[in-house]
Design a binder for this molecule. Structure first.
Ligand SMILES: Nc1nc2c(ncn2[C@@H]2O[C@H](COP(=O)(O)OP(=O)(O)O)[C@@H](O)[C@H]2O)c(=O)[nH]1
Ligand SMILES: [Mg+2]
Length: 524
């Protein structure tokens, strides 16, 4: 109990915000204090990453791929209409949480998944909590959402609530003191801190709106590329001939399309990564078996002409006369779809002795999941401290605001101002500057923009300076030199907006220089 309750704080900034919460708790109303308690609990938890996007975009499939286990139901069933939170636990356990706060333990389905049908009235369900032993969840809680744009209004509102989109006007009409959190405050503290946004070939206006609502609800200031990553899922289903310049190559077409979508989703996300969630899920979750590898071997042994015919469509693949049993072909299709099958066949033909394990790894490579993982690590993990602290400050502000007590609001406001003046709060300013530049809201020459991104996105000093492996002395000299450069850029030759960013970057370099001057491994 104690370990999870206390949690680990993501870094110095989260620690400062947690201290602020604890200090203020006795000075505010019981209701606000309860909200602060919730904020504290959240600060100690791993980064909360919501997987969001339109219905059927492949969110649950991607969640399974990321966790490395096929546990979230895909396609149909009640559960796909509910929000499910996947957190780390020492024992696998699923709980249904009802809207009235009641909880009920749920057995796993025989295949190890969350049962597609719950056996309770879904209208009474708030969400599902799944605790799993998978290590990935130690660093991030993954929240699967039903999706926007579904025909089912309840699913949409559950998703919107989670993303913080359905905020009331904040009017509270009761004068009665209560320790209960009102709806507004609850959604402010419950919202996810980061989002993995899943799009497919077509982006619609509501994708943009959902991302906008999410960033408004999570960050004290305008956020975007700092806490949102987008993927173009189902990259395998893109017809290359529909994308000019793709030369008939599916992955190239997907990459080009993803770039175009990034331009559409700007400034909400920095870029869009193509991925094949289905292939990633099969390769990562133990679904791809040696029986599948063997079946693929038999498909690879078919005549070229037959194979080309079969790979034209799913129907052709399953119905064409050939000596691989139709049931086996259906299974391959479910796990890999046509593109995955073709990739596996190519791999087998190039290397007939390839083992099932090597084939699985090849499929994983093809899926593009590694790039998504890497991005999650660099973007979210490295910035978790700043992201969590910013989300917590936004919640604290919302709670104080909702209290309706002017003195309380002022006290909280003052405390936040003091915190923001501390050196560790600089990370918040840096994240903000990074967002402004990455989104194009503040225009910068390309090389400078890249420098801001580098300084703002890396956790490690040498990487921030773009000099991995540099000696401490060299790094210090370089940091000081860049600090000086950005200071003069702030004063001369910059627009007012650029100048504000430049001041932040100058200070970032100065702080890096200070750290480098400290004797390695200790503080003075
Ligand atoms: N071809 C292909 N199908 C996919 C991919 N990802 C998911 N799917 C399929 O799309 C359907 C919907 O997926 P699901 O994860 O339930 O979508 P959700 O509603 O967004 O959670 C399922 O049949 C998946 O097998 C992909 O990358 N490629
Ligand atoms: Mg789903």
């Amino acid at each position: 109990m104690t370990a999870t309750e206390k949690g680990r704080l993501a870094g110095p900034l989260s620690t400062s915000v947690a201290n602020l919460c604890r200090r203020l708790q006795p000075q505010v109303s019981p209701r606000t204090a309860a909200g602060f308690g919730e904020v504290l609990r959240r600060l100690g938890a791993p980064l909360q990453v919501a997987v969001a996007g339109r219905i059927k975009s492949g969110k649950s499939t991607l969640v399974n791929a990321l966790i490395g286990r096929r546990v979230a139901p895909t396609d149909i069933g009640e559960c796909t209409r509910l929000v499910t939170r996947f957190s780390y636990g020492t024992v696998d356990r699923i709980e249904v949480v009802f809207t009235d706060g009641r909880k009920q333990v749920l057995p796993f389905a025989p295949d190890g998944m969350i049962p597609a049908e719950l056996g309770v009235d879904v209208d009474d369900v708030s969400h599902i909590e799944a605790y799993l032993t998978n290590a990935v969840l130690q660093d991030m809680t993954v929240i699967d959402t039903p999706g926007l744009g579904s025909l089912d209004a309840a699913s949409v509102s559950r998703t919107e609530q989670l993303l913080g989109a359905s905020r009331g006007d904040g009017e509270s009409d009761d004068g009665e003191p209560s320790d209960e959190l009102d709806e507004v405050s609850r959604s402010a503290v419950a919202g996810a801190e980061a989002v993995l946004y899943v799009v497919t070939q077509g982006i619609r206006a509501d994708d943009q709106q959902a991302l906008a609502a999410f960033t408004a609800a999570t960050a004290s200031r305008e956020a975007g590329p700092v806490n949102a990553i987008a993927v173009l899922n189902k990259a395998d289903t893109i017809a290359p001939e529909s994308v000019d310049g793709s030369d008939g190559d599916v992955w190239r077409a997907a990459t080009m399309l993803a770039q175009r979508q990034a331009a559409l989703l700007k400034p909400r996300v920095a870029d869009v990564l193509p991925v094949i969630g289905l292939v990633a899920e099969s390769a990562e979750s133990g679904q791809f078996t040696s029986a599948d590898a063997e079946a693929l071997g038999r498909v690879a042994a078919l005549d070229d002409e037959v194979l080309e015919m079969m790979l034209i469509s799913a129907d052709m693949f399953t119905s064409w006369e050939c000596d691989v049993p139709a049931g086996v072909r259906v299974r391959l299709l479910e796990k890999l779809d046509l593109f995955g099958i073709r990739s596996a066949v190519d791999a087998i033909r190039a290397e007939p002795d390839i083992t099932a394990g090597a084939l699985r790894r090849r499929l994983l490579d093809v899926s593009g999941l590694a790039a998504v993982r890497a991005r999650l690590n660099t973007v979210f993990a490295a910035r978790a401290d700043g992201i969590k602290a910013a989300a917590a400050l936004a919640s604290i502000t919302a709670l104080a605001h909702a209290s309706g007590d002017q003195a309380e609001r002022q006290r909280v406001h003052d405390a936040i101002e003091v915190l923001l003046a501390k050196p560790e709060a600089h990370q918040l300013r840096l994240l903000e500057a990074l967002t402004l530049v990455a989104s194009g809201a503040v225009e910068m020459p390309e090389d400078l923009a890249e420098e801001v991104l580098r300084v703002g996105s890396n956790a490690d000093l040498a990487a921030q300076l773009g000099k991995p492996g540099g000696s401490r002395a060299d790094l210090a000299t370089y940091a000081l030199e860049r600090a000086g450069w950005w200071r003069s850029f702030a004063s001369f030759g910059a627009t007012p907006a650029q100048s504000r960013v430049a001041h932040v970057v100058h200070r970032a370099y100065f702080l890096i220089w200070q750290q480098l001057r400290e004797p390695a491994g200790g503080r003075r």
